[in-house]
Design a protein around this ligand. Structure first.
Ligand SMILES: [Zn+2]
Length: 356
């Protein structure tokens, strides 16, 4: 209790991180040790303890061979339009997904986290000392057209899936990193994509709308029976980036009783869309205000994109999260709302999506 618990609670459970990709690049399972002892990066056990980070969606993502330095340089400009990377074949994607999933299960074996497969799992794990992790795949390149791999991955614990990262898959099309831009770029889900959404609904795998283009978004809205969820996207009305959600999309998310996780990536936060880290926390509050206004207090959460994005200077690792809680309180959010934003809304929507 006292000062410490105030700073680290309510625990943050959030919609997206890329720490598995970082560990994969750092040597795979052999890099798992650094997660427990401390590493260069946004999420590890010591930082989680200091910041009150309780877990979230752990993304498995197959990287495109892009020049990151070029990408970040371009995105620091006042306007940009990066080409979409080429599609990746199933044969190339599958082993990468297996390797990153193996890191997730290795972290579980070591006692750092629990791979949660139900809302009850999540509730039991949050605050237990272990991180509550959801096995999520960002971009469905490793899923075959017959969906056989989906069945097996579900049995292995997969509970959330983005049909696309930005590049196209056999299921649909994402948005390129473009500012300023509407998200209405390109065609919607393919027939394979519609079948994927249906099967995810049946199995209890959450379909993540972040990265999908607008036509794909509306296809999911029309064909899914579940709440609409964007794990890491922001308000297009404030930052008109292709990756952000228009007020019309927010209305559909509200209607479905879904939710949005606030992305900490500066390019999706700043009014000018630039990839520059000098962003005051107040800018995050502006997005939260807008999201709450359009979605209601029960349908907004966090989706940091930690270990996958340039984030505001004050929040470079999850150890900085007490500053965000403090900024929320200073902004006038009461304890109930802060708890909802920090993790309760994620529990609510996952319970509804997966079943109790
Ligand atoms: Zn992403």
């Amino acid at each position: 209790m006292g000062i410490v618990s105030k700073e680290t609670s309510p625990l943050v459970f959030d919609g997206h991180n890329d720490v598995l990709l970082k560990l994969y690049r750092a040597g795979g399972v052999s890099a798992s040790d650094s997660f427990a002892t401390g590493r260069e990066g946004a999420i590890d056990m010591p930082s989680a303890k200091i910041g009150g980070f309780g877990g979230g969606f752990f993304a498995v993502y197959v990287p495109s061979p892009v020049d990151l330095e070029f990408k970040f340089e371009e995105m620091a400009k006042p306007a940009y339009d990066l080409p979409l990377p080429d599609p990746i074949d199933w044969e190339d994607a599958f082993p990468v997904v297996m390797s990153q999933a193996a890191i997730l299960f290795d972290l579980e074996k070591r006692g750092a986290l629990k791979v949660c497969k139900s809302a009850a799992d999540l509730r039991a794990t949050l605050g237990s000392g272990k991180l509550a992790a959801i096995f999520h795949i960002e971009g469905a390149e490793a899923i075959d057209a017959e969906l056989n791999t989906l069945e097996v991955l579900y049995q292995a614990g997969l509970r959330s899936l983005g049909p696309v990262w930005s590049r196209s898959t056999i299921f649909g099309h994402g948005v390129p990193f473009r500012y300023p831009s509407t998200p209405d770029i390109g065609s919607g889900l393919t027939d394979h994509g519609l079948r994927l959404v249906k099967r995810c609904d049946e199995l209890g795998i959450m379909v993540d709308l972040s990265h999908l283009n607008e036509a794909g978004f509306w296809d999911v809205a029309r064909h899914s029976s579940k709440p609409l969820v964007a794990t890491h996207s922001n308000a297009h009305a404030i930052c008109p980036h292709s990756r952000n959600l228009t007020d019309k999309q927010l209305a559909a998310i509200r209607e479905s009783d879904g939710m949005v996780g606030l992305n900490f990536a500066v390019a999706f936060l700043r009014d000018d869309g630039r990839m520059l880290a000098d962003v005051p926390l107040e800018q995050m509050l502006r997005h939260l205000d807008h999201l709450i206004e359009h979605l209601g207090e029960d349908r907004v959460g966090l989706g940091s994109d930690y270990d996958g994005a340039v984030v505001p200077e004050e929040l470079t690792s999850c150890a900085g999260l007490p500053k965000l809680r403090h900024a929320m309180a200073k902004h006038g959010y009461d304890e109930t709302l802060i708890a909802k934003l920090c993790h309760e809304n994620w529990l609510r929507v996952l319970e509804k999506t997966w079943g109790a």
